[in-house]
Ligand binder design. Structure first.
Ligand SMILES: Cc1cc2nc3c(=O)[nH]c(=O)nc-3n(C[C@H](O)[C@H](O)[C@H](O)COP(=O)(O)OP(=O)(O)OC[C@H]3O[C@@H](n4cnc5c(N)ncnc54)[C@H](O)[C@@H]3O)c2cc1C
Length: 446
C-alpha cells in the first residue's frame, strides 16, 4: 500500500494549515477538501481526474488494483525504453486541459507536435491532407509515449497532498446510502487486509472490464471488431517532419505518428533516430506473425504503407490489443459515476478514446467544483445525472465517427470503395469541410 488514510489525514492537515495561512482563495480550497471523492482505477484517466479535482481543491482517494512502480529521480531523465511500445495522440483540447492544471510543462519534453495529417487508401486514388497553416492552428495535437505520460501523472499525484493513492487494492463491495457511499476493499502487503472508505461520490475509472460497473449491475453493449491492434515504435530513414499518416488497407487501418527525437535521452540503441509510432490493425488471428518476427513485420509494413514515411529500418517490441467496443448502458447510478474506458471503450482508429475521457473528466471536475462553491453535495444523484446528460452529444458523435471510419474504410464492396475515394478527394478540395473535421479531431467541438 503506497499511502494509508492516516498519512492522508496528516497530509490534509498540513495542506489545510498552509491554505489557511495564505489568501482567501486558498481558504475556499480548504473548505472544498471536506467532501471526499473515491476513485477506483488509477490508469491515465483515474490519475488525470484526481489531478483535475485537486486543481479545484477537491480531495480524492484513489484505489488501484496493481502495484505502482517506484519512480526514482534517474527514471525522469530517460525514456523507459527507446523503442517502447504504446503512444497516445493527445488532441489540442487534452493539451489545453493539462495546461490548465499546470502539468503540461512537465509533459511537453516528450511530446511531438502533429503539424499535418495525411489520409489515403492502399491501391486507390483518393487522398487528403490537413495542414496546420491552412487551419490556422499551432498543431493538431501531440503524440506522447504512454510510459512517460503515466510516470508524470503518477509523480504529480504522489506529490499532491489532496490525493491519497492506495495501490495493490481490490474493491469487493459498494454500499450507497442517502448521504454517501461506502467502498469495501482488500489490500495486500505481506497479508491481506479488508478496509472501508467513505465518500460523497465514487468515480469508476477501472477500465473496459470494470468491476465497479459489475458491482452496480450496470449493463453493457459490446461489439467485437474481430480485429487486433499491433502497436510499436519503428525507425525510418527519413525524419517525420511532424506528419501523421493514416492509411487504410483491406486488412484494416494503419496509423504512423511522429515521435520526439531521441537526442540527449541517454539511449544509444538506435540507428537513425527518426522514430515513429505505429498502430496497425489486422484481423484477429494474424497478429502473431507480426509480433514475433521483426523482419517480416517491417517488410509487410513497408508493403502496406509504401514509401510515404521512407524506409522502415528498425522495429521495437510490439504489443497486441484485441479490439472491442464496450459501452456502459448507464454512466451514473446514484452517487456513482462510470468514466474512462469503463464508460466507453472505442476503436483506436482515430485516436479519440483517451481524449474523449479527458473531456468527460474535465466537465465532471468542473461541475463538482461549482457544486461545492454553492455549498452543495458533490454526490447529489441529480447533479451526476446532469453530468451524464451533458456528455451525451460529444460521446455519441465520437462513437459514431470512429465506427464510420472503421466500417467505411474496410468495406470490400467496389462501389463503396469508389465512393469513399471520391469522398476523400472531395474532402481534400472542398473548403468548408476541413476546418470542421479538424476541429472535431482536435477535440475543440463537442
Ligand atoms: C492500440 C490503442 C491505441 C490507442 N491510441 C489512442 C490515442 O492515440 N489517443 C486516444 O485518445 N486514445 C487512444 N487509445 C484509447 C486509450 O488508450 C484509452 O481510452 C485509455 O487508455 C483509457 O484509460 P482508462 O484509465 O480509462 O483505462 P485503463 O487504461 O484500462 O486503466 C484502468 C485502470 O484501472 C485499474 N483497475 C482495473 N480494475 C480495477 C479494480 N477492480 N480496482 C482497482 N483498479 C482497477 C487497472 O489496473 C488500470 O490501472 C488507444 C487504445 C488502444 C487500444
Amino acid at each position: 500500500m503506497m499511502q494509508n488514510t492516516d498519512i492522508k489525514a496528516n497530509n490534509n492537515e498540513q495542506a489545510d494549515a498552509k491554505h489557511l495561512s495564505e489568501n482567501s482563495d486558498l481558504l475556499i480550497k480548504q473548505q472544498l477538501t471536506e467532501q471526499q471523492v473515491l476513485i477506483v482505477g488509477g490508469g491515465h484517466v483515474g490519475l488525470s481526474f484526481a489531478l483535475l479535482l485537486a486543481h479545484h481543491g477537491i480531495a480524492s482517494t484513489l484505489l488501484e488494483k496493481n502495484r505502482y512502480p517506484t519512480i526514482g529521480p534517474e527514471d525522469d531523465q530517460t525514456r523507459s525504453h527507446y523503442l517502447d511500445s504504446r503512444n497516445t495522440a493527445l488532441s489540442r483540447r487534452t493539451v489545453e486541459i493539462y495546461q490548465e492544471i499546470g502539468l503540461w510543462s512537465q509533459l511537453q519534453s516528450h511530446a511531438c507536435r502533429i503539424d499535418a495529417v495525411q489520409i489515403s487508401e492502399q491501391g486507390s486514388f483518393g487522398r487528403a491532407q490537413l495542414n496546420k497553416t491552412d487551419e490556422q492552428v499551432d498543431s493538431f495535437g501531440q503524440v506522447m509515449e504512454n510510459a512517460w505520460l503515466g510516470r508524470k501523472l503518477l509523480l504529480a499525484s504522489q506529490h499532491e497532498s489532496l490525493i491519497t493513492l492506495i495501490d495493490n487494492a481490490a474493491v469487493t463491495s459498494i454500499d450507497q446510502q442517502i448521504d454517501g457511499v461506502t467502498l469495501t476493499f482488500n489490500y495486500y502487503d505481506e497479508n491481506e487486509h479488508e478496509q472501508q472508505l467513505q465518500g460523497s461520490v465514487l468515480v469508476a475509472c477501472d477500465g473496459r472490464d470494470s468491476t465497479v460497473r459489475q458491482l452496480l449491475n450496470i449493463g453493457i453493449t459490446t461489439y467485437d471488431y474481430k480485429q487486433t491492434a499491433i502497436v510499436g515504435v519503428v525507425e525510418t530513414d527519413k525524419p517525420h517532419e511532424h506528419v501523421a499518416i493514416e492509411r487504410f488497407s483491406p486488412a484494416g487501418p494503419l496509423a504512423v505518428l511522429p515521435l520526439t527525437d531521441p537526442e540527449g535521452d541517454g539511449n544509444d540503441d538506435y540507428q537513425t533516430g527518426f522514430r515513429r509510432s505505429v498502430v496497425w490493425v489486422c484481423p484477429t488471428g494474424e497478429e502473431t506473425q507480426y509480433l514475433e518476427d521483426d523482419a517480416h513485420f517491417l517488410q509487410t509494413l513497408q508493403q502496406a504503407f509504401g514509401q510515404r514515411a521512407g524506409k522502415f529500418v528498425t522495429a521495437g517490441r510490439r504489443g497486441a490489443y484485441p479490439l472491442k467496443r464496450v459501452l456502459a448502458k448507464e454512466q451514473v447510478d446514484g452517487r456513482c459515476v462510470i468514466m474512462g474506458n469503463a464508460a466507453h471503450t472505442l476503436h483506436p482508429v482515430a485516436g479519440q478514446g483517451f481524449n474523449l475521457c479527458m473531456r468527460d473528466a474535465h466537465v465532471l471536475a468542473q461541475m463538482l467544483s461549482t457544486q461545492v462553491l454553492k455549498g452543495g453535495d458533490i454526490g447529489d444523484p441529480q447533479l451526476l445525472k446532469r453530468y451524464e446528460k451533458s456528455r451525451q452529444t460529444d460521446q455519441k458523435r465520437v462513437i459514431r465517427f470512429c465506427d464510420a471510419v472503421v466500417h467505411g474504410f474496410t468495406h470490400p464492396n467496389p462501389a463503396i470503395k469508389l465512393a469513399r475515394n471520391v469522398a476523400l478527394v472531395a474532402f481534400d478540395k472542398l473548403p468548408n469541410i476541413k476546418p470542421l473535421v479538424a476541429n472535431y479531431a482536435m477535440g475543440l467541438k463537442s
